[in-house]
Ligand binder design. Structure first.
Ligand code: 0RA
Length: 639
């Protein structure tokens, strides 16, 4: 009888693992960069569960020389005792049974939880090898796996680390060390910055938790710890901005089992920076909590503005975008049974949450405004100004629209359009300067490639409201050429090109123009970046010539290599696109068959937000420090 059970369970384990390895994306979303890093998230999630239960204070994550990763915590440790029915250690069952999820005690309140509700067993199935170590009862327990299948019996021996805590008791904990399976993932190299961003967020979302991150490949090490939680998070985001009131506002309320926590602070910026999290998951696609927050905020501020006559009788109420101008906020929820929807499963679907958040905000923020008339005055004053500017922008837009400037029909004279009408096949090259524009026009494929040369000064949209932006000639030309509108009225379905390729010189000015353009897209045409329509051209930096052979070189590293292969060749450095003739520009940079172009992606909105405010904002010193710290990213500018 027991023997049969054992066999049945083994078969079930194998079937589960096979399913995960056959369709990894069903369990971790994808097998690209995102999916790879999701493995670390899944393990971390279990450790954070322990922390949220009050059992764990420290988590260490290490990337090793060989590319493997370990996550170690000082929680209670995965149970190691023999399972009475299956005669296997509990940790073996947890590690290799699908949907065991790591927890035996069936909690009604699954607070933290991976995007797909899966855990250790999925990471195990997708690892070339995995080693699990558990410290419990003064002993060290080790189990090893290959591709999710256990390779031996559990070793139990005296601890190889010092388990004695300062108070004399014996410590407990878990360490999961794994190597992602290269036959599953397109990419197996963990990225320091991606993980660092995740850990920073997690430390703000779980105050009091210490996260130590070490990368032994480069020797980098960083500790993340926050005393103030999401209030600190808002301070961090606003470090490069000018706040309108000294301290972030903290609001919290729990109703119907849903815990709502919000930290917010207004600045003199024209942009909105609101980031939402549910059970530690960055809900980048928003959802019912965000809708509830916006509704609550708009209602509270309008009520206050009426009550204290910031708005006169008969005046239009402030719009949502008015009360969010310059707002930085973190919304963090604990939801017992979250439903995640959307393309990347990062949109909260629970309909009951909308009302819960709206009334929490209304109730708590009203109290704050009543008790703090000075910040309240600054906040409402700013919203009233935003509303007036919005009205001015509407008039400017109407005027340009009446003149037919913003929408199709009359395309800008500078644009050399392509003849193809299917946007999916069309590319728009946005080119710096008229001379490069001329070469590009001659060198291009006229059927599918359109050229728009930009001229004059491009506006820094970070420092301007929409009404002023709409007066800028270069920006207007760009909006018209793309044909999808701007701001709230932007409609991605109207975009006339599915590839918008920024082609600027490989120098400081070129990088500056590119940043200005990217900032413009990020702030006022976000869907165009989200849809992956924006690209950066990669023109060559050098040409090597030796005898009859010529080679183009695209990076300094490549130059070193090529110089070894072709010593004494003549090096020509390209300072600008204008130095290339049409044929050269076509074959090196524009020909879809041979070129490389870099897609601009937003991996993390929090980081993108920081990048743009720091690069384009007023504060000089933070910008200098930021560029120093992030030189490589600023170079590449994929955010
Ligand atoms: C099941 C039960 C208990 C703890 C855990 C799982 C656990 C899992 C992981 C995964 C990574 N770190 C972890 N820490 C703990 C409770 C055990 C008890 O009651 O002592």
């Amino acid at each position: 009888m027991e023997n049969n059970d054992y066999t049945a369970e083994s078969i079930q384990v194998l079937e589960g693992l096979t399913a995960v390895r056959k369709r990894p994306s069903m369990y971790i979303g994808s097998t690209d960069h995102r999916g790879l890093h999701h493995l670390v998230y899944e393990i971390l999630d279990n450790a954070i569960d322990e922390a949220m239960g009050g059992y764990c204070k420290n988590i260490g994550v290490t990337i090793y020389q060989d590319g493997s990763v370990s996550v170690q915590d000082d929680g209670r440790g995965i149970p190691t005792e023999m399972h009475p029915k299956y005669h296997k250690p509990a940790m073996e069952i947890v590690m290799s049974t699908l949907h065991a999820g790591g927890k035996f005690d069936k909690k009604s309140y699954q607070v933290s939880g991976g995007l797909h509700g899966v855990g250790l067993s999925v990471v195990n199935a997708l690892s070339e090898w995995l080693e699990a170590t558990v410290w419990r009862d003064g002993m060290e327990h080790v189990l090893k796996f290959r591709q999710g299948v256990v390779t031996g019996t559990m070793e139990v021996h005296a601890p190889t680390i010092d388990l004695v805590k300062p108070d004399g008791t014996l410590g407990t904990g878990t360490k999961i060390h794994f190597m992602p399976d290269a036959t599953i993932f397109q990419e197996t190299s963990f990225d320091y910055t991606t993980l660092e961003t995740l850990f920073r967020e997690l430390s703000y979302l779980n105050k009091g938790l210490t996260l130590v991150f070490e990368d032994r490949r480069s020797g980098r090490k960083n500790t993340f710890y926050s005393e103030g939680g999401i209030v600190d998070f808002v301070r961090y985001l606003n470090a490069v901005k000018t706040p309108l009131h000294a301290d972030p506002v903290f609001l919290s309320k729990t109703s119907d089992g849903v815990q709502v926590e919000v930290a917010l602070q207004y600045t003199d910026s024209y942009n909105e920076s609101v980031h939402t999290f549910v059970n530690n998951i960055n809900t980048a696609e928003g959802g019912t909590h965000l809708v509830g927050f916006r509704a609550g905020l708009t209602r509270t501020i309008n009520d206050y503005a009426r009550k204290y006559s910031f708005l006169k009788e008969g005046e239009e109420p402030l719009a949502g975008e008015d009360v969010r101008e310059g707002l930085t906020a973190i919304i963090s929820l604990r939801v017992p049974e979250p439903q995640f929807e959307g393309q990347t499963k990062t949109k909260l679907g629970n309909s009951e949450v909308r009302g819960i958040v709206e009334s929490a905000i209304y109730e708590q923020l009203s109290i704050y405004l009543e008790e703090n008339p000075k910040p309240a005055g600054s906040i409402i004053g700013k919203a009233v100004l935003a509303s007036q500017a919005r009205e001015a922008a509407r008039k400017a837009r109407e005027l340009t629209r009446r003149k037919g400037l913003l929408e199709g029909g009359s395309l800008p004279g500078k644009l050399a359009d392509c003849s193809e009408r299917d946007p999916a096949k069309c590319e728009l090259f946005v080119v710096e300067g008229d001379s490069a524009g001329g070469s590009a026009k001659q060198g291009r494929n006229r059927t599918t490639q359109a050229i728009l040369p930009l001229w004059g000064k491009i506006l820094n949209v970070e420092k301007s409201r929409l009404d002023k932006i709409l007066k800028n000639q270069s920006v207007r030309t760009l909006i018209t050429a793309i044909g999808a509108g701007i701001g709230d009225e932007f409609d991605i379905n109207k975009a006339r090109y599915h590839k918008i390729i920024l082609m600027t010189d490989a120098d400081i000015d070129g990088a500056h123009i590119r940043t200005l353009l990217l900032t413009f897209f990020y702030r006022h045409a976000t869907p165009i970046i989200d849809s992956g329509y924006v690209y950066i051209a990669q023109p060559p930096l050098y040409k090597l010539k030796k005898g009859n052979s010529e080679v183009y070189v695209y990076s300094d590293r490549e130059l070193e290599e090529k110089m070894k292969q072709m010593p004494n060749s003549v090096i020509q450095r390209y300072k600008g696109l204008g130095e290339m003739n049409p044929d050269q520009l076509w074959s090196t940079t524009m020909n879809p068959e041979t070129r490389t172009i870099k897609q601009v992606t937003i991996e993390d909105a929090v980081e993108a937000e920081m990048l743009f405010t720091t690069l384009m904002g007023d504060a000089v010193e933070p910008r200098r420090l930021f560029i120093q710290d992030h030189a490589a990213e600023v170079e590449n500018l994929d955010v």
